[in-house]
Design a protein around this ligand. Structure first.
Ligand code: ZN
Length: 199
């Protein structure tokens, strides 16, 4: 016998396909959603669809944004000749929160992982190369995570950019190994940025 009705089972299944949501959490969320007023549930599902339909990649840095160009790339007061390379928009937000980085970003949307079958062509690397080739870039700061994937990606980018004569640096590893950038406090992030070394 099925434990739950088909409708509930489907909802639990959909929710448990989200990252970090196990079956137990999915069940809890499903029952919570069912106990919510219908308007609230509608608002929730509309906000999901609305974000999915309207959020796009910034034409320059590939972060997720509502417009063609994100507010950072569109800001003439930022230093457009210094690019910090991050794995995702959450890492960008973490550095942005420190308020101390005046350059612009490049969001890779992932990291190279031979184990997971993610190669250089699966992340926004070609786009980074195109940006560096098109402008007079002073420095590329690689701020990928200090995980195996992050380090692999950093080395790969260093090798690609070095022959182009661009200064490439890597943030210091004040960041704990395997640590996700977004969970690290601002002081540690700033220390990592200030202590960066040239590749
Ligand atoms: Zn941008």
């Amino acid at each position: 016998m099925e434990l739950y009705s088909n409708h509930i089972s489907r909802l639990i299944q959909s929710l448990s396909s989200l990252p970090g949501v196990g079956t137990k959490t999915a069940q809890r969320l499903a029952f919570h959603i069912l106990s919510m007023p219908e308007e609230e549930v509608e608002k929730l599902s509309e906000s999901i669809i609305d974000a999915k339909r309207n959020v796009k990649y910034c034409r320059e840095c590939f972060t997720l944004t509502d417009d063609e160009v994100c507010p950072i790339c569109g800001n003439p007061r930022r230093n457009h000749n210094v690019i910090m390379v991050v794995e995702n928009s959450r890492d960008l937000a973490a550095y942005e929160k420190t308020g101390r980085f005046e350059g612009v970003y490049h969001v890779l949307h992932g990291a190279i992982s031979p184990m997971l079958g993610i190669g250089p062509n699966d992340i926004k690397l070609k786009e980074l190369m195109a940006r560096v080739a098109a402008a007079d870039i002073e420095e590329v700061i690689i701020a990928t995570n200090s995980s195996l994937e992050g380090e692999t990606t950093a080395m790969y980018i260093g090798k690609l950019l070095k022959p182009a004569g661009v200064k490439v640096s890597r943030i210091a590893s004040g960041v704990p190994v395997g640590g996700d950038l977004e969970y690290i406090d601002e002081v540690t992030l700033l220390r990592a940025l200030e202590g960066r070394t040239e590749l």
